[in-house]
Design a binder for this molecule. Structure first.
Ligand code: THU
Length: 137
C-alpha cells in the first residue's frame, strides 16, 4: 500500500463509522479522489425498503458529482474496519466507469489490499459514447 493509499484508508475507515447498516451489519467506507485533488468520502446507507439502500462508493461518487466534480483518479474501499474483503459491487463499477474508466480502485481481496484499473473490473461495459449507446470502453 502506498503512502497516499494509507491516508485514503484512514479517510475511508472514518467514513465507515457513519455506515447505517441495520439490515446487513456490514459497514463499508469509501474515499474517492478527484483529478483536482479533493477527497470525497461515503458510507453505505441501508433502508428498511431494502432496494433503496446505497453503497459507500456511490455515496462518495454522488457527493462529488453534486459538487461539480467529473473526473477521478483513485478510489479506496474498506469493509468492517479492514477485517473483511471489500471489492466494489457491479452497480458501483458501472456508475463509476461512466466518469473515469482509468481510475485506480483499491480494495481488500483475499486478506490483502490490491489495486486495479476500474475498466479491468467491468469488461465490455455498457454505456454511451458521443450520444450513442453501446460499448463504453
Ligand atoms: N456495500 C457497499 O457499500 N459497497 C460494496 O462495494 C459492497 C456492498 C454495502 C451494501 C450493503 O449496505 C452492505 O454493504 C451489504 O451488502
Amino acid at each position: 500500500m502506498t503512502f497516499e493509499q494509507r491516508a485514503l484508508l484512514g479517510r475511508a475507515r472514518e467514513a465507515a463509522r457513519y455506515a447505517h447498516a441495520p439490515a446487513s451489519g456490514f459497514k463499508v467506507g469509501a474515499a474517492l479522489v478527484t483529478l483536482s485533488g479533493k477527497t470525497f468520502t461515503g458510507c453505505n446507507v441501508e433502508s428498511s425498503a431494502y432496494s433503496v439502500s446505497i453503497c459507500a462508493e456511490r455515496v462518495a461518487l454522488y457527493k462529488a458529482v453534486s459538487e461539480g466534480e467529473r473526473g477521478f483518479s483513485d478510489l479506496l474501499i474498506v469493509a468492517q474496519d479492514g477485517e473483511e474483503d471489500s471489492p466494489p459491487c457491479g452497480a458501483c463499477r458501472q456508475a463509476l466507469l461512466e466518469f473515469s474508466p482509468d481510475m485506480r480502485v483499491a480494495f481488500r481481496e483475499n486478506g490483502e489490499f490490491v489495486t486495479r484499473k476500474l475498466a479491468d473490473l467491468l469488461p465490455d461495459a455498457f454505456g454511451w459514447k458521443e450520444g450513442e449507446h453501446g460499448r463504453l470502453v
